[in-house]
Design a protein around this ligand. Structure first.
Ligand SMILES: *Cc1c(COP(=O)(O)O)cnc(C)c1O
Length: 320
């Protein structure tokens, strides 16, 4: 049996990241509230340091390194935001960082990772196994591998976003959270069950790859091919050994959203709320919009998970 992290780990992570991560704003919109006939609270992790919630988990994990681990350095594999989060956290904590990134990662994410001082190693995401590459580098150079989601310190750090939301707005009736490998959702689940136990909690993944939904229903980790979707932060192939049991225990259901719905949400959020949210960051809002009818009169949380999309891509996705 795996020892699963608990809400105490989220609370401890919260203390570690305070003063380093931003306490991101919670925003509301009259237009959205009127359209839903509900009160909708947006937790704006697109305004987190380096542009996504992943800074929380990365900083928490690196803060717990021993002096020997700090000296040898960290290695991470990531389609983007985890890479930047590790690179920035490592720079702040003066730890050398090596990042394994896909050859087709968005240019802005690669540039930002290098800009934070990370040493970038590139691989082909449709042919090579990034986990194996990461593990080989770790073994060869004595580096500590920090995976993007299936790690107790990473997911406990991610859960601090939900902790802050509930502490600021109080209990909710339903909460919608983007889902890739499940670090964000499982961490948020720990915080939700502790701070708003009756809240319905939904994970939302791209419908091009509903492995999370299948795993949630069957209880076994379902592996899929890299899904082809604009939600590059959720192009994961499977949930984790730690994230799935927490998600199965604490999450109400897993929903999906299409690329077209994500584009529509991106445009809506930019126009109405003046916020830049990347496609993956819109998953929660896209699912909430689909379920508008059943949310009437309720208090709803939506986690906007990140805002890292280069402006050329943002413009071309929104072009009519
Ligand atoms: C990584 C990421 C996700 C998915 O998080 P998981 O912990 O892998 O489920 C969602 N949104 C953004 C912006 C991300 O970077």
């Amino acid at each position: 049996m795996i020892d699963l992290p608990t809400y105490d780990d989220v609370a401890a992570a919260s203390e570690r990241i305070t003063g380093h991560a931003h306490k991101t704003p919670v925003m509301t919109s009259r237009t959205v509230d009127e359209a839903f006939g509900a009160r909708v609270f947006f937790k704006c992790e697109n305004l987190q340091r380096m542009g996504a919630f992943k800074f929380r988990g990365a900083f928490n994990a690196l803060s717990r390194f021993s002096p020997a681990q700090r000296k040898a350095g960290v290695v991470a594999f990531s389609s983007g935001n985890h890479a930047q989060a590790i690179a920035l956290s490592a720079r702040l904590l003066e730890i050398p960082a090596t990042i394994v990134m896909p050859h087709d990662a968005p240019a802005a994410k690669v540039a930002a990772t290098k800009g934070y001082g990370g040493n970038v190693v590139v691989y082909d995401r449709y042919k090579e196994d990034r986990e194996q590459i990461g593990r080989d580098l770790a073994a060869k150079h004595g580096l500590t591998l920090i995976p993007p989601y299936d790690h107790p310190d990473v997911l406990s750090g991610q859960g601090t976003a939900a902790k802050e939301l509930f502490e600021e707005v109080g209990p909710l009736d339903a909460f919608f959270v983007p889902l890739g490998g499940g670090g964000l959702l499982s961490g948020c689940a720990l915080a939700t069950r502790a701070l708003s136990p009756d809240c319905r909690l939904y994970g939302v993944e791209p419908d091009a790859g509903n492995d999370g939904q299948q795993s949630f229903r069957t209880g076994a980790i379902v592996h899929i091919e890299t899904p082809k979707t604009i939600a590059d932060g959720a192009q994961t192939q499977h949930l984790g050994n730690i994230t799935l049991p927490i998600i199965r225990r604490d999450v109400t259901d897993i929903l999906t959203a299409s690329d077209a719905q994500l584009v529509d949400c991106m445009g809506f959020i930019a126009t109405r709320m003046k916020l830049v949210v990347e496609p993956t960051g819109c998953l929660g809002f896209a699912a909430a919009r689909q379920r508008k009818a059943e949310l009437k009169g309720q208090r709803i949380g939506v986690l906007l998970s990140g805002g890292n999309v280069d402006m050329a891509r943002f413009a071309s996705l929104l072009a009519p």
